[in-house]
Design a protein around this ligand. Structure first.
Ligand SMILES: Nc1ncnc2c1ncn2[C@@H]1O[C@H](COP(=O)(O)OP(=O)(O)OP(=O)(O)O)[C@@H](O)[C@H]1O
Ligand SMILES: [Mg+2]
Length: 252
Protein backbone atom coordinates (compact mmCIF):
# COMPACT_ATOMS: atom_id res chain seq x y z
CA UNK A 1 0.00 0.00 0.00
CA UNK A 2 1.36 3.44 -0.96
CA UNK A 3 1.92 6.01 1.79
CA UNK A 4 -0.93 8.50 1.95
CA UNK A 5 0.14 12.05 1.11
CA UNK A 6 -0.21 13.86 4.36
CA UNK A 7 0.55 14.17 8.03
CA UNK A 8 -1.40 12.60 10.87
CA UNK A 9 -1.93 14.98 13.78
CA UNK A 10 -2.02 12.73 16.83
CA UNK A 11 -2.59 14.02 20.34
CA UNK A 12 -1.14 12.82 23.61
CA UNK A 13 -4.73 12.94 24.89
CA UNK A 14 -8.14 14.27 24.03
CA UNK A 15 -8.53 18.04 24.33
CA UNK A 16 -4.83 18.87 23.88
CA UNK A 17 -5.43 21.21 20.92
CA UNK A 18 -5.27 18.97 17.83
CA UNK A 19 -8.13 20.80 16.12
CA UNK A 20 -6.70 24.25 16.83
CA UNK A 21 -3.22 23.28 15.67
CA UNK A 22 -4.48 21.33 12.62
CA UNK A 23 -6.58 24.33 11.58
CA UNK A 24 -3.69 26.74 12.13
CA UNK A 25 -1.26 24.62 10.10
CA UNK A 26 -3.77 24.11 7.30
CA UNK A 27 -4.62 27.81 7.11
CA UNK A 28 -0.94 28.86 7.23
CA UNK A 29 0.08 26.37 4.53
CA UNK A 30 -2.86 27.32 2.33
CA UNK A 31 -1.86 30.98 2.73
CA UNK A 32 1.48 29.93 1.19
CA UNK A 33 -0.44 28.55 -1.80
CA UNK A 34 -0.16 24.94 -0.73
CA UNK A 35 -3.30 22.98 -1.60
CA UNK A 36 -3.59 21.22 1.75
CA UNK A 37 -6.90 19.66 2.78
CA UNK A 38 -8.19 18.37 6.10
CA UNK A 39 -9.56 14.99 7.07
CA UNK A 40 -11.08 13.88 10.34
CA UNK A 41 -11.66 10.14 9.78
CA UNK A 42 -13.89 9.66 12.82
CA UNK A 43 -15.34 12.17 15.24
CA UNK A 44 -17.60 11.69 18.22
CA UNK A 45 -19.33 13.74 20.88
CA UNK A 46 -21.57 15.88 18.67
CA UNK A 47 -23.64 15.55 15.50
CA UNK A 48 -23.09 17.42 12.25
CA UNK A 49 -25.19 20.55 12.16
CA UNK A 50 -24.37 21.38 15.77
CA UNK A 51 -21.39 23.47 14.66
CA UNK A 52 -19.43 21.86 17.50
CA UNK A 53 -17.95 18.90 15.62
CA UNK A 54 -14.27 19.01 14.76
CA UNK A 55 -15.02 18.93 11.02
CA UNK A 56 -17.23 22.01 11.33
CA UNK A 57 -14.68 23.79 13.53
CA UNK A 58 -11.86 22.92 11.13
CA UNK A 59 -13.87 24.33 8.21
CA UNK A 60 -14.82 27.44 10.15
CA UNK A 61 -11.25 28.10 11.28
CA UNK A 62 -9.64 27.48 7.87
CA UNK A 63 -12.33 28.88 5.57
CA UNK A 64 -11.90 25.75 3.43
CA UNK A 65 -14.76 25.16 1.02
CA UNK A 66 -15.85 21.60 1.83
CA UNK A 67 -18.86 19.81 3.23
CA UNK A 68 -18.41 18.72 6.87
CA UNK A 69 -19.60 15.21 6.00
CA UNK A 70 -16.77 14.97 3.47
CA UNK A 71 -14.17 16.17 5.97
CA UNK A 72 -15.44 13.76 8.64
CA UNK A 73 -15.97 10.27 7.26
CA UNK A 74 -17.91 9.14 10.35
CA UNK A 75 -19.63 11.26 12.98
CA UNK A 76 -21.11 9.77 16.14
CA UNK A 77 -23.06 11.52 18.83
CA UNK A 78 -21.84 9.66 21.88
CA UNK A 79 -18.94 11.31 23.71
CA UNK A 80 -16.92 8.09 23.56
CA UNK A 81 -13.83 6.81 21.74
CA UNK A 82 -14.57 6.08 18.04
CA UNK A 83 -15.08 2.32 18.44
CA UNK A 84 -17.45 2.62 21.39
CA UNK A 85 -19.34 5.54 19.82
CA UNK A 86 -19.74 3.58 16.57
CA UNK A 87 -20.99 0.51 18.43
CA UNK A 88 -23.53 2.64 20.25
CA UNK A 89 -24.75 3.93 16.87
CA UNK A 90 -24.84 0.39 15.46
CA UNK A 91 -22.20 1.20 12.84
CA UNK A 92 -19.12 -0.79 11.87
CA UNK A 93 -16.31 0.20 9.55
CA UNK A 94 -12.94 -1.17 8.55
CA UNK A 95 -9.58 0.56 8.25
CA UNK A 96 -9.76 -0.05 4.49
CA UNK A 97 -13.12 1.74 4.23
CA UNK A 98 -11.71 4.67 6.16
CA UNK A 99 -8.61 4.77 4.00
CA UNK A 100 -10.69 4.80 0.81
CA UNK A 101 -12.66 7.80 2.06
CA UNK A 102 -9.39 9.64 2.73
CA UNK A 103 -8.03 8.74 -0.69
CA UNK A 104 -11.22 10.03 -2.29
CA UNK A 105 -10.82 13.36 -0.48
CA UNK A 106 -7.18 13.49 -1.50
CA UNK A 107 -8.15 13.69 -5.20
CA UNK A 108 -8.77 17.40 -4.66
CA UNK A 109 -5.66 18.18 -2.60
CA UNK A 110 -1.92 17.76 -2.84
CA UNK A 111 -1.86 16.48 0.72
CA UNK A 112 -4.03 16.12 3.82
CA UNK A 113 -3.63 17.08 7.44
CA UNK A 114 -5.43 14.28 9.22
CA UNK A 115 -6.76 14.85 12.71
CA UNK A 116 -6.91 11.74 14.88
CA UNK A 117 -9.31 11.28 17.76
CA UNK A 118 -7.98 11.33 21.31
CA UNK A 119 -4.51 9.75 21.26
CA UNK A 120 -2.47 6.95 19.68
CA UNK A 121 -3.93 4.13 21.79
CA UNK A 122 -7.59 5.00 21.29
CA UNK A 123 -9.79 2.11 20.06
CA UNK A 124 -10.84 2.59 16.44
CA UNK A 125 -12.07 -0.82 15.28
CA UNK A 126 -12.38 -4.18 17.04
CA UNK A 127 -8.93 -5.08 15.76
CA UNK A 128 -7.12 -1.76 15.70
CA UNK A 129 -6.18 1.23 17.78
CA UNK A 130 -5.45 4.66 16.24
CA UNK A 131 -1.72 3.87 15.89
CA UNK A 132 -2.57 0.78 13.80
CA UNK A 133 -4.59 2.97 11.46
CA UNK A 134 -1.70 5.44 11.18
CA UNK A 135 0.61 2.55 10.29
CA UNK A 136 -1.93 1.32 7.74
CA UNK A 137 -2.02 4.77 6.10
CA UNK A 138 1.80 4.82 6.19
CA UNK A 139 1.58 8.49 7.00
CA UNK A 140 4.05 10.30 9.28
CA UNK A 141 2.86 11.56 12.65
CA UNK A 142 2.91 15.06 14.01
CA UNK A 143 2.37 14.94 17.76
CA UNK A 144 0.41 17.66 19.56
CA UNK A 145 0.90 17.69 23.30
CA UNK A 146 0.14 19.94 26.26
CA UNK A 147 2.89 22.34 27.18
CA UNK A 148 2.77 22.00 30.98
CA UNK A 149 3.57 19.51 33.70
CA UNK A 150 2.96 15.89 32.67
CA UNK A 151 3.73 16.41 29.03
CA UNK A 152 7.18 14.76 29.09
CA UNK A 153 5.58 11.53 30.25
CA UNK A 154 2.61 11.69 27.84
CA UNK A 155 4.73 12.69 24.85
CA UNK A 156 7.48 10.11 25.41
CA UNK A 157 4.85 7.39 25.86
CA UNK A 158 3.17 8.46 22.62
CA UNK A 159 6.50 8.47 20.77
CA UNK A 160 7.39 5.04 22.10
CA UNK A 161 3.98 3.64 21.19
CA UNK A 162 4.09 5.04 17.66
CA UNK A 163 7.58 3.62 17.17
CA UNK A 164 6.35 0.20 18.29
CA UNK A 165 3.72 0.41 15.54
CA UNK A 166 6.27 1.46 12.92
CA UNK A 167 4.87 4.98 12.49
CA UNK A 168 7.44 7.65 11.47
CA UNK A 169 7.34 10.80 13.55
CA UNK A 170 8.06 14.18 12.01
CA UNK A 171 8.11 16.13 15.27
CA UNK A 172 6.08 17.40 18.19
CA UNK A 173 4.29 20.66 18.92
CA UNK A 174 3.49 21.83 22.43
CA UNK A 175 0.18 23.66 22.59
CA UNK A 176 -0.58 26.22 25.24
CA UNK A 177 -4.25 25.50 25.71
CA UNK A 178 -4.40 27.87 28.63
CA UNK A 179 -2.45 30.94 29.74
CA UNK A 180 1.03 29.95 30.84
CA UNK A 181 2.16 30.92 34.32
CA UNK A 182 5.79 29.92 34.73
CA UNK A 183 5.59 30.54 38.47
CA UNK A 184 2.78 28.04 38.84
CA UNK A 185 4.28 25.60 36.31
CA UNK A 186 8.00 26.17 35.74
CA UNK A 187 8.17 22.91 33.71
CA UNK A 188 6.73 24.70 30.67
CA UNK A 189 10.10 26.40 30.10
CA UNK A 190 12.06 23.17 29.67
CA UNK A 191 9.63 20.37 28.71
CA UNK A 192 10.39 20.59 24.98
CA UNK A 193 14.12 20.33 25.59
CA UNK A 194 13.72 17.19 27.73
CA UNK A 195 11.38 15.52 25.25
CA UNK A 196 13.86 16.19 22.42
CA UNK A 197 16.75 14.93 24.51
CA UNK A 198 15.12 11.64 25.52
CA UNK A 199 13.46 10.88 22.19
CA UNK A 200 15.52 12.55 19.48
CA UNK A 201 12.23 13.74 17.95
CA UNK A 202 12.41 17.37 16.75
CA UNK A 203 10.47 20.09 18.57
CA UNK A 204 8.53 22.04 15.94
CA UNK A 205 7.26 24.86 18.14
CA UNK A 206 5.11 26.02 21.00
CA UNK A 207 1.69 27.10 19.77
CA UNK A 208 0.57 30.10 21.87
CA UNK A 209 -2.57 30.50 23.93
CA UNK A 210 -5.01 32.57 21.86
CA UNK A 211 -6.85 34.80 24.26
CA UNK A 212 -8.93 36.68 21.69
CA UNK A 213 -11.37 35.36 19.14
CA UNK A 214 -10.03 32.31 17.32
CA UNK A 215 -10.30 33.01 13.59
CA UNK A 216 -8.32 32.22 10.45
CA UNK A 217 -6.12 35.32 10.59
CA UNK A 218 -5.21 34.79 14.26
CA UNK A 219 -4.42 31.12 13.61
CA UNK A 220 -2.20 31.92 10.60
CA UNK A 221 -0.29 34.57 12.56
CA UNK A 222 0.20 32.24 15.50
CA UNK A 223 1.38 29.37 13.29
CA UNK A 224 3.83 31.59 11.40
CA UNK A 225 5.28 32.98 14.60
CA UNK A 226 5.54 29.75 16.55
CA UNK A 227 5.82 26.68 14.30
CA UNK A 228 8.63 25.48 12.02
CA UNK A 229 6.33 25.53 9.02
CA UNK A 230 9.14 24.85 6.54
CA UNK A 231 9.72 21.42 8.14
CA UNK A 232 6.02 20.62 7.78
CA UNK A 233 5.92 21.92 4.19
CA UNK A 234 8.95 19.85 3.34
CA UNK A 235 7.42 16.72 4.83
CA UNK A 236 4.25 17.25 2.82
CA UNK A 237 6.25 17.73 -0.39
CA UNK A 238 8.70 14.92 0.21
CA UNK A 239 6.48 12.49 2.02
CA UNK A 240 8.10 9.54 0.29
CA UNK A 241 11.59 10.67 1.22
CA UNK A 242 10.50 11.27 4.82
CA UNK A 243 9.73 7.63 5.25
CA UNK A 244 13.28 6.81 4.25
CA UNK A 245 14.81 9.24 6.70
CA UNK A 246 15.71 8.44 10.26
CA UNK A 247 13.57 11.02 12.06
CA UNK A 248 12.52 8.35 14.51
CA UNK A 249 15.69 6.33 14.64
CA UNK A 250 17.81 8.25 17.10
CA UNK A 251 17.10 6.16 20.16
CA UNK A 252 17.55 2.85 18.39
N1 LIG B 1 -3.76 27.58 21.83
C1 LIG B 1 -5.01 27.70 22.26
N2 LIG B 1 -5.52 28.92 22.57
C2 LIG B 1 -6.79 29.05 23.01
N3 LIG B 1 -7.64 28.02 23.19
C3 LIG B 1 -7.19 26.79 22.89
C4 LIG B 1 -5.86 26.56 22.41
N4 LIG B 1 -5.69 25.25 22.23
C5 LIG B 1 -6.86 24.66 22.53
N5 LIG B 1 -7.77 25.58 22.94
C6 LIG B 1 -9.15 25.29 23.34
O1 LIG B 1 -9.13 24.09 24.12
C7 LIG B 1 -10.19 23.22 23.73
C8 LIG B 1 -9.60 21.89 23.23
O2 LIG B 1 -8.86 22.12 22.04
P1 LIG B 1 -9.10 21.23 20.74
O3 LIG B 1 -10.55 21.09 20.46
O4 LIG B 1 -8.25 21.80 19.65
O5 LIG B 1 -8.50 19.85 21.28
P2 LIG B 1 -8.46 18.43 20.53
O6 LIG B 1 -7.19 17.78 20.89
O7 LIG B 1 -8.75 18.63 19.09
O8 LIG B 1 -9.68 17.65 21.22
P3 LIG B 1 -10.45 16.32 20.67
O9 LIG B 1 -9.73 15.17 21.31
O10 LIG B 1 -11.84 16.52 21.19
O11 LIG B 1 -10.37 16.31 19.18
C9 LIG B 1 -11.00 23.95 22.66
O12 LIG B 1 -12.07 24.63 23.28
C10 LIG B 1 -10.01 24.96 22.11
O13 LIG B 1 -10.63 26.10 21.58
MG1 LIG C 1 -10.24 17.82 17.93
Amino acid sequence: MKPMRGLFVVGTDTGVGKTIVTAALTAALRAENRNVGIWKPVQSGNLLGSGATDAERLLQYTGLNEQPETVATFTFEAPLAPLQAAKQAGVTFTLQELRHAGEHLLHRYESLLIEGAGGAAVPLTDESLMAGFMAELRVPALIVARSGLGTINHTLLTISYLRQHGVSILGFILNQGEPVDLNADPSAATNAMWIERYSGIPFLGRFPYLQNEINTAALIDAARESIRLETIQQALSNFKELRGKSYDDKSK
